[in-house]
Design a binder for this molecule. Structure first.
Ligand code: PEP
Length: 245
């Protein structure tokens, strides 16, 4: 199974941040980990032009490839730049932009149509966890966000409990392992043996201090990292933990 360390820079980073990407590439030149940075759209083109081994992804795309959608960016445009991945269904977009599972499904489909890999984010809120609904929510999001054809092209799933993102709170190792095992079983039921090669990332307050413990869990194939991916020094420690896992 490929190991992936993906950094989501969110609405952070100007051109002068691109040196962080080059630093990562230098430090992990012979790594067996796929290192991916998803910078904001404004520097996506420059990031794709960096001639190094770090892969570049976008944080979002429109459901259509072109048309009258002022201010939007399509998977086709992202592919033309040379990016390899697109994050879809991040909980911040689900909450701030009303993205439903049905929209996430359309986005992940359009990403795959362009030969790119969607990173489909799913995760429960604190209320849902406290009410014992976690697995039901995760199951419904997985069902609703992936088309029946999704397993035929590369795809990545990121489990990101909403309450763990940017908060410093992390589920227990048992809870992470439980959700990842559940995701693997759900994917297997839907896509058969292909599911065994779909990377499952954990996201939500991953830091150098907790990375090794998280990466030691079964069915955790890497991480989607927000805050700790902005500086090469921080992200590099997480990548090293994944290399050692
Ligand atoms: C994220 O936004 O995808 C994320 C996991 O953020 P953080 O690592 O900062 O919690």
């Amino acid at each position: 199974m490929q190991k992936i360390a993906a950094g989501n820079w969110k609405m952070n980073g100007l051109s002068n941040s691109l040196s962080e990407i080059s630093l990562l590439a230098e430090r992990h030149a012979t790594s067996d980990v796929r290192i991916l940075i998803c910078p904001p759209f404004t520097v996506l083109s420059k990031a794709c032009d960096l001639d190094d081994r770090t892969e570049i992804g976008a944080q979002n795309c429109h459901i259509s490839q072109s048309g009258p959608h002022t201010g939007e960016i399509s998977a086709q445009m992202i592919a033309e730049l040379g990016a390899t991945h697109v994050i879809v269904g991040h909980s911040e977009r689900r909450a701030e932009n009303g993205e439903t599972d049905a929209i996430v499904l359309k986005k992940s489909t359009s990403v795959q149509q362009e030969g790119l890999t969607p990173i489909v984010c799913i995760g429960e809120t604190l209320d849902q966890r406290e009410n014992g609904q976690t697995l039901a929510i995760i199951g419904a999001q997985l069902d609703g966000s992936l088309s029946s054809e999704a397993g035929k092209s590369p795809i990545v799933i990121a489990y990101e409990p909403v309450w763990a993102i940017g908060t410093g709170h992390v589920p227990s190792m048992y809870e992470i392992a439980q959700v990842h095992e559940f995701c693997r079983c759900q994917l297997k039921q839907r896509f058969g043996d292909t599911a065994m090669s779909i990377p499952l990332l954990y996201g939500g307050s991953v830091k150098a201090t907790n990375a090794a413990e998280i990466f030691a869990l079964p069915n955790v194939n890497g991480a989607l990292v927000g805050g700790a991916s902005l500086k090469a020094d921080d992200f590099s420690k997480i990548i090293t933990a994944l290399e050692d896992a």
